[in-house]
Design a protein around this ligand. Structure first.
Ligand code: SF4
Length: 428
């Protein structure tokens, strides 16, 4: 069964720990099922998750350079956008408009480029770079077989007091107060520090979340049907803008990022629909980076509003203490139960195997989560109970781990991975 074995480090992470707490069967199917023992995921990825992944990739490369040249920034963005485009076959796009990959590429490009204008100088002034997206494996002293994987986005040393902090990026449609509050009690943040501390031998005293607000994606209005039933469009000045055509010398061409704006007199105003039709950025003939530069120079507040810093959150000492005991005991139960299954030497579809599975890893039957979202395992778990997910290639594929140590372990065991990006928990 995947995740380790008698002679290997037992690799685990927060995602599977939390999945197992929600539903034991979900963790089993996602992380441990199949003859290879590494589990399955849906064979398409949510668009938002893939966008978030490639925003992270571009940011990581830029921060790694720390004081990057303009060309390095543009190269990092172009590389991320190319990688994003290559993921199209693995994304669930059937209800999207034809230009969605281009639209979201502009979103990635604009958001990351704007971040380098607004936030990168702040980091450079206030911190020293320690590491970027470094894989950490924390071995708790109570059971050194267990390797708890984490990959903090960046570790920075605060120049004012020399304290170490873990900083994570989150892309979100918009940031709410409850999201900011939620992170003050986040196990993700708390345990993300442990591997860093063990490796560096220095305490990590705080966490910071860097939110990048993308804007909403809402269904378009169908004027014939008089309903919001057209494919979703991204609300972002990097994707769609309002453009007034020029009529020199009487009227200059003019571009606006928002339909509603605050005028010089402080009052809210709207553009004239007749004078300012909306255009897709990629059809405008205008360079995205030049447009962001113009916004930075003339309407900086539009870019400022996109970036929200949450924290610094102090280290959650109590949570770390409790979690360490809870996690070690829970992982030991998983090791024991998986070996009991493995010892049967039976196929997963065998009734005796299924019976033991029911007893060791019961279903929660809490299959609908936030906003009525159905568990990705539903098809294999409920609709086709007892089936092997490997027999459902239209729905599932081998899980692609998002931590390198596990990828290396899988490759060393001769397991071939599909070309999809790993499923991560990018906040929406
Ligand atoms: S479909 Fe329901 S019971 Fe099955 S793994 Fe998901 S949450 Fe658990």
């Amino acid at each position: 069964m995947g995740g380790g074995g008698a002679n290997h480090s037992w690799l685990t992470d927060r995602s599977r720990y939390v999945a197992g707490m929600e539903c034991k069967r979900k963790r089993f199917l996602t992380y441990h099922s199949g003859s290879h023992g590494y589990g399955y995921t849906r064979n398409t990825r949510p668009l938002e998750m893939v966008v978030g992944t490639f925003v992270h990739e571009a940011l990581a490369e830029i921060i790694e350079a720390w004081k990057p040249t303009e060309q390095q920034i543009i190269d990092a963005i172009n590389k991320a956008v190319k990688g994003f485009g290559e993921q199209a076959p693995f994304m669930a796009l059937e209800y999207e408009h034809d230009d969605v990959i281009t639209e979201q590429s502009y979103l990635i490009g604009g958001l990351v480029y704007a971040w380098t204008k607004i936030m990168l100088p702040v980091l450079q002034d206030e911190y020293e770079l320690v590491s970027v997206e470094r894989e950490e494996v924390w071995h708790p002293s109570a059971d050194p077989r267990i390797g708890f994987m984490s990959k903090p986005d960046i570790v920075l040393k605060r120049l004012s007091d020399g304290e170490l902090g873990v900083h994570d990026f989150k892309t979100a449609a918009s940031v709410t107060e409850s999201m900011v509050e939620e992170y003050s009690q986040s196990i993700q943040l708390a345990v993300g520090t442990m591997g860093v501390e063990q490796r560096l031998g220095t305490p990590v005293t705080h966490n910071v979340i860097h939110f990048l607000q993308k804007g909403s994606r809402s269904k378009g209005y169908d004027t014939d049907e008089k309903t919001y039933s057209l494919p979703k469009r991204q609300e972002s000045p990097f994707c769609r803008v309002w453009k007034r055509e020029g009529n020199p010398p009487l009227v200059e061409e003019n571009w606006q990022p928002k339909f509603k704006y605050r005028g010089a007199d402080g009052k809210m105003k709207t553009l004239s629909r007749k004078d300012y039709p909306r255009v897709n950025m990629w059809e405008s003939g205008r360079d995205l980076f030049e447009w962001v530069d113009e916004l930075f120079k003339d309407q900086r507040h539009v870019l400022d509003d996109m970036f929200v810093l949450a924290g610094p959150y102090p280290r959650q000492e109590g949570m770390i203490h409790h979690f360490t005991e809870e996690m070690v005991a829970e992982e030991q139960r998983w090791i024991e139960s998986l070996w009991a299954l493995s010892d049967t030497k039976l196929e997963e579809t065998h009734p005796q195997f299924q019976s033991l599975l029911n007893m060791k890893f019961p279903r929660s039957y809490q299959c609908y989560g936030k906003f009525g979202k159905r568990c990705p395992m539903y098809k294999g778990c409920i609709e086709n109970a007892g089936a092997q997910l490997s027999d459902m290639p239209d729905s599932y594929m081998i899980r692609v781990p998002h931590h390198e140590p596990e990828v290396e372990q899988m490759l060393a065991r001769g397991i071939t991975l599909p070309g999809a990006v790993a499923e991560t928990e990018v906040l929406e």
